[in-house]
Design a protein around this ligand. Structure first.
Ligand code: SF4
Ligand code: SF4
Length: 364
C-alpha cells in the first residue's frame, strides 16, 4: 500500500446525516427507518483542523466530499472548513456530491464562488426524482442548482436510471443544458446486487418505517441503461461455477493504491476507500460482525484508525494499511479472509462500480 507522503486525494465523508432516504443507501433499511447501527455524526471545524494539518493539506491536490452514509451539505461548519482548507493550500481542488434538496439558495450561491464543482444527484424530473431520492423536493433542488450555477458554479447532473425514469433521460438532459449544467451523467447503477447472496437482482424493495413494503424499484428495461458488469454475471457463473467462486479466485488490484487516495469518514475513521469503510455499519449484519471488524481487531481495533485520536500519517503508515489489509487480498477465499468488498470492487472481470459511468460524454 502507498505511504502517507504519497497521498494526493482525500475522499471525505464530512457528515453521516442526510435529509433523504434512498432505498439502496445503507443509511436506512431499504428507504424506511434509519440504520440502527449508524452513528449520526459530522466533522466540525476543530476536528477538521486536527485531521487536516497544514502539512497534510499542502501535499494534497484534491479533496472531494461525498461519503457512504450522509450528504455533505448537512455539515454545519462546511463553509468554514473549506475556507480553512484553502487558507493552507489555495490551489487545492474541492468537489462535492449532494442530493441538493437542503440548505438555502444563499448557501449554494456562496458555494458557487468557492468550489470547483458539484455533482447533483437528480434521478428524474418533478414526478419521479423522489421515488429514489425519497424526502427530497424537486422544486427546491432546481432553485438550489440555479443559485449555484448563477454564481458561476460548475454543476454536474448525475442521473441514475431505473425503470420508472428511463423515459425521462433525454428530457432531463435537455433541461440540464438549458439551465447551464456543465455535464449530464447517465449512471447505470451497480446496486442491483445482493451483497449477502453475491448475486445480481432485478428488483429492490422499498420499505416504510415499519418495514412494510411500499413499492419496488426495477432495473431499466433499455439495455443501454443497464450496468454492463452486472450483465456479465451469467458468463462468470458459467466460467467459475458461481460468482462467489469468481470472487474467491480473482486477483485484486487496489484502485486507490494507484490513485494515491484515502477515505475519511464522519466518525474520523481512516480507510483506503469508501468500499472498505462501508463495511462498518451494514444493517444486515449483526453489529461489529462484518469481516472488516475482524481485520481491524488484528491491528489494534477501530481506535487504531481514528484520526480524532492519532495522526493520519501514523494511521496510514501503520499495520492496518501496510500489512493487515494488503495481506487479506492474498487469502485463498472470501471464507478464509479475503474481503468481498475488495474482490468485488478491484477484481479483474467484474466491477459494477466502474461500469456505472461507461459511455458518458463530457460537455464543456
Ligand atoms: S442522498 Fe446520498 S446519503 Fe442521502 S440517503 Fe441518498 S444516497 Fe444516502
Ligand atoms: S476495495 Fe479494497 S482493493 Fe479496492 S480500493 Fe478499496 S482497499 Fe483497495
Amino acid at each position: 500500500m502507498y505511504k502517507y507522503s504519497e497521498i494526493k486525494t482525500v475522499h471525505l465523508e464530512i457528515s453521516s446525516k442526510c435529509n433523504a432516504a434512498c432505498p439502496m443507501c445503507l443509511r436506512t433499511i431499504c428507504g424506511g427507518s434509519i440504520n440502527p447501527q449508524l452513528p449520526l455524526e459530522e466533522i466540525n471545524l476543530s476536528q477538521a483542523k486536527k485531521i487536516f494539518t497544514p502539512h497534510f493539506l499542502k501535499q494534497l491536490n484534491r479533496i472531494y466530499l461525498c461519503g457512504n452514509y450522509g450528504d455533505p451539505a448537512t455539515a454545519k461548519d462546511l463553509l468554514e472548513i473549506f475556507e480553512y482548507f484553502k487558507s493552507h493550500n489555495p490551489s487545492l481542488r474541492l468537489d462535492l456530491f449532494t442530493n441538493g434538496s437542503l440548505r438555502s439558495t444563499q448557501f449554494w450561491h456562496t458555494l458557487g464562488k468557492s468550489i470547483n464543482s458539484i455533482n447533483f444527484s437528480i434521478d428524474g424530473l418533478a414526478d419521479t426524482n423522489h421515488i429514489y431520492r425519497r424526502n427530497t423536493s424537486f422544486d427546491k433542488i432546481m432553485d438550489n442548482c440555479e443559485a449555484f450555477i448563477q454564481a458561476g458554479g460548475k454543476a454536474i447532473w448525475d442521473f441514475i436510471v431505473f425503470a420508472h425514469n428511463e423515459h425521462q433521460v433525454e428530457e432531463a438532459r435537455s433541461l440540464s443544458k438549458k439551465m447551464g449544467f456543465h455535464k449530464f451523467v447517465v449512471k447505470k447503477t451497480g446496486r442491483f446486487f445482493s451483497n449477502t447472496l453475491s448475486t445480481g437482482k432485478d428488483e429492490q424493495v422499498v420499505f416504510d418505517k415499519n418495514q412494510n413494503i411500499e413499492y419496488t424499484l426495477k432495473k431499466p428495461l433499455n439495455e443501454k441503461y443497464q450496468n454492463t458488469s452486472l450483465q456479465k454475471e451469467k458468463a462468470l457463473v458459467e466460467k467459475y461455477g458461481s460468482l462467489i467462486n469468481y470472487l474467491d479466485k480473482t486477483p485484486i488490484s487496489c484502485r486507490v493504491e494507484k490513485e494515491k487516495s484515502l477515505y475519511i469518514s464522519a466518525q474520523g475513521h481512516v480507510f483506503p476507500c469508501c468500499w472498505t469503510a462501508n463495511q462498518l455499519y451494514p444493517w444486515y449484519f449483526k453489529p461489529k460482525s462484518s469481516p472488516i471488524w475482524g481485520l481491524l481487531d488484528k491491528s489494534g481495533g477501530i481506535e487504531g484508525i481514528s484520526a480524532f485520536h492519532d495522526s493520519v500519517e501514523h494511521i496510514v503508515n501503520g499495520s492496518f494499511f501496510q500489512d493487515i489489509l494488503p495481506e487479506s487480498w492474498n487469502c485463498s477465499s472470501i471464507k478464509n479472509g479475503k474481503l468481498k468488498a475488495c474482490a468485488k470492487t478491484c477484481g479483474q472481470e467484474f466491477n459494477p462500480f466502474a461500469a456505472q459511468f461507461e459511455a458518458n460524454e463530457t460537455r464543456t
